[in-house]
Ligand binder design. Sequence first.
Ligand code: DCP
Ligand code: MG
Length: 454
Amino acid sequence: MRDTASVLHLDLDAFFAAVEQRDKPSLRGKPVVVGGTGGRGVVATASYEARRFGVRSAMSTREARSRCPHAAFLSGRFPAYRAASELVMAELRAVSPLVEPLSLDEAFVDLAAAGLPDLTLPTVTEVAQRLRARVAEVTGGLTASVGLASSKFVAKVASELDKPDGLTVVPPGTEQELLRPMPARVIPGVGPQTTERLRRAGVHTVADLEALSLDELVRLLGKAHGHGLHAFARAQDDRPVVAEREAKSVSVEGTYDTDLTDRRLMEGLLTRQAGEVATRLRAHGLSGRTVTIKVRLHDFTTLSRSSTLPSPTDAAGVVARTARTLLADLDTSGGVRLLGVGVSGLADWVQEDLFADDAALGDEAADEVAPVDLEAAFPRRRTWPPGADVVHEEHGRGWVWGSGRGVVTVRFETAASPSGPVRSFAEDDPALQRWTSTEPDPGEVTTQPLSSPT
Ligand code: DCP
Ligand code: MG
């Protein structure tokens, strides 16, 4: 543990919902719930206005509707969230080269690497306040909560204390005082199972945990976990802030308006995406060892599964076959709304001789799946998920307020406009189109990890 409060943890407030409120002026100050809007959907997040009614992440949307029937229920716009996240991470990297993102809306920043004149409390506090202001400025008004402390553990705990839009600085030396009354589950690695085991041993708070000897903890939880908890209970945490590895990945993904349920269709889509990934790898002279698939289920849960190959590949067939094998282990019976394939662990050379066999194997593997007529199986029927961006020939930009019985209702407003009017159209009105702005350039090699925060 350091003797300065130079570890900063930043977490955006009600992230997805805040982006929706930014882009939909009529929803500002109102309850907003983002998540799966179908019958079996779950809540990804809720605005603070909706949380007042007891709506929480991971709750079923059905339950959320009964607690807060007047909330706006939106199905989510990932490209917009990704774009906002990138702006925030760029601001953090402008402060210090040592930035460790934990998810789209959360990161550690090591201020000891920021080249500051000193690391006194006034200096780091001032940096944190300036950073919060910059985040709001570049994102068009998103707020972030920040914790400053002498370790990752305490900085993360601190960022929660004054949410939303708060800053908590924990002066070095006061960490234990802060932690002692808190529930044991604030400690990293203490999930529901450990919490339950501790509860049965009469341990509820960090102070209770601190009272246990190392021997007792090891007996209760095993060696590794016991040692870890013994240290955390004393606010001892020396984990360094580790900058994101320059692990480039090449990935392709697609979002589907209709939930996919047909396995063969999914395999066909993965195979086609694998082909695009391989083409891009070769175009950049790259190859990689780790194949990852990303699957977002009907209820908004996002899964990713990876497999590391014995040697790097840029062969479509190898990527496709690995992706299909990974898919085979997932339960997708409820339907899938996003599928993606990526290759990471990239080397910028291919040892052609060594992998000649691989490539041959690849082409053969590509043929294993009978071609699916994707257009026929998956017609480009236009759908209108709640919250989706649209544009109308005459009325301009807006978002889907609701749809059904052949009618789609749109509210015409944008981040930059005042709250706008609502109008209804026939679902097949050619004057109305879905609108996308921030889709990543499909021809680009990204440095974004394929994994998702959800
Ligand atoms: N998220 C999700 N599913 C979950 C939890 C989170 O899809 N079970 C998404 C939605 C959140 C985002 O990740 O907006 C960030 O997660 P946080 O836990 O930081 O939650 P919020 O930012 O929404 O709220 P808070 O203000 O509590 O940070
Ligand atoms: Mg957050």
